[in-house]
Write a protein that binds this ligand. Structure first.
Ligand code: F6P
Length: 363
């Protein structure tokens, strides 16, 4: 017999367009279809550590479908297995899993739906091993979660980056410049690849294909010679030169994923300008890519993912991750996605298509 009566829902990791759409789908499906009680856990796993939860009703999730961010709050720093606890003047790292388990029991949660990326799924897999029934919903603008063909938030981030690249055309063409737009994505080039293709960018640089400065300079100089006196480059924050290293913007030691990338666009601009004498500028899109309302496709995906997560729980499933595979929503063991990244495969047909129309990948 399925004993699920009360569930918790949390959003973990960086915010992402569509989080509220998933929360809404989870809560409405649980309340309307299965007559469950739903508790919102605040600020990701931090809410479990600090016992900060509140009930969600239909009214609580009404009118949030189009809202960016997350009404529950989120956190990309907390891993209860390594939680910094202040004692006197020093901070010690403690495993506070037991504290979380007490709070789960105290709040009578029969299961938790975790909306998060790869880091959050690693923490979730830990709770599954502790006997807590969790279902994961794949979130990230980076689209790099292993096991699913797409994560919600990605399509919105691509749309934002594409619009920025489209708008950059004006300045690039008027000033005869090289304009570089640096996009997010960590170690995966999905955003750069899709936004670059969508906007007809001349050069796309992704972490999976280390670039050769010489090749990029040849591309922009050849374009100038052909009368195209400007070039647009879309570079992923994780891209690097052959034999070079990724550019690290900051290290956040309190985060389970401490490295924050950023700055490769500026470095490349200086190098291109020095080598070609063509005026070159960089725009770093940053967190703009995660902000604002989700596009229609992400709202649809988020709604389907959220509803499926509740259906899985009620069907007696344990420790599963909702995924999209070959156009259909299905599920895989949550454990299988933990600590893994889905990078752009070098034999991706989309890469071949982009090369065929003359896009330079700097290799
Ligand atoms: O994973 C989402 C993401 O936006 C990455 O693309 C980026 O590298 C990182 O998060 C930025 O993290 P933060 O919000 O901590 O600066």
């Amino acid at each position: 017999m399925n004993k699920i009566q009360r569930i918790g829902v949390l959003t973990a990791g960086g915010d992402c367009p569509g989080l509220n759409a998933v929360i809404r789908a989870v809560a409405k499906t649980a309340l309307n279809k299965y007559h469950l009680e739903v508790m919102g856990i605040e600020d990701g796993f931090l809410g479990l550590v600090q016992n900060r939860l509140h009930p969600l009703f239909i009214e609580s999730v009404s009118n949030i479908l189009t809202l960016g961010g997350t009404i529950l709050g989120t956190n990309n720093r907390v891993d209860p297995r390594r939680y910094p606890v202040k004692c006197n003047d020093s901070t010690k790292i403690h495993d506070v899993t037991d504290r979380c388990l007490e709070h789960i029991a105290h709040n009578q949660l029969d299961a938790i739906i975790v909306i998060g990326g790869d880091g959050s799924m690693t923490v979730t897999a830990h709770f599954v091993r502790q006997g807590i029934n969790c279902i994961g919903v794949p979130k990230t603008i980076d689209n790099d979660l292993y096991g699913t063909d797409i994560t919600f938030g990605f399509t919105t981030a691509v749309a934002i980056a594409t619009e920025a690249l489209d708008r950059i055309h004006t300045t690039a063409a008027s000033h005869h410049r090289v304009m570089i737009v640096e996009v997010m994505g960590r170690n995966a080039g999905w955003i750069a690849l899709h936004a670059g293709i969508a906007s007809g960018t001349d050069v796309i640089l992704i972490p999976e294909i280390p670039f050769d400065l010489q090749k990029i300079c040849e591309c922009v100089v050849n374009r100038s010679r052909r009368g195209k006196r400007f070039s647009i480059i879309c570079i992923s924050e994780g891209a690097r030169e052959k034999e070079g290293r990724q550019v690290v913007q900051r290290i956040d030691p309190t985060s389970p994923d401490p490295i924050r990338l950023g700055g490769i666009g500026q470095k490349l601009a200086l190098e291109i300008e020095a080598a070609t004498s063509i005026d070159t500028r960089t725009v770093i899109l940053g967190h703009v890519q995660r902000g604002g309302p989700p596009v229609a496709m992400d709202r649809v995906l988020a709604t389907e993912f959220g509803g499926t997560a509740v259906d899985l729980l009620m069907a007696g499933e344990h420790g599963r991750l909702v995924v999209m595979k070959e156009g259909a929503v299905s599920h895989i063991p949550l454990e299988s996605a933990a600590d893994k990244q889905r990078l752009v495969p070098l034999d991706l047909p989309l890469l071949r298509a982009a090369r065929a129309i003359g896009t330079c990948f700097g290799d």
